[in-house]
Design a protein around this ligand. Structure first.
Ligand SMILES: [Zn+2]
Length: 80
């Protein structure tokens, strides 16, 4: 029963805009349609899907918009 009450409270707080976490509020000012998780390497200039074999040496998690901003281009093998 306590668990249900907690769940109810959690859902109520999620609906109320005043209780939205700061991270959601700050993200709302920066909405980008392309925000997929992609991976870059230490030495490469391409961004990849997590399953790409080019990520054997290094694998740095980022997102597509950040990778593009940093000058990375899409890998022609995994086509992220
Ligand atoms: Zn790739």
């Amino acid at each position: 029963m306590k668990r249900l009450l907690f769940l109810f409270l959690f859902l109520s707080f999620g609906i109320l805009p005043g209780f939205a976490p700061p991270s959601i509020l700050s993200n709302s000012t920066y909405i980008h349609p392309v925000n997929e998780v992609v991976y870059i390497t230490k030495s490469g200039t391409k961004y990849h899907r997590g399953s790409c074999h080019h990520l054997k040496k290094s694998k740095i998690k980022t997102n597509k918009s950040d990778a593009k901003t940093a000058g990375y281009t899409a890998c022609s093998v995994c086509k992220p």
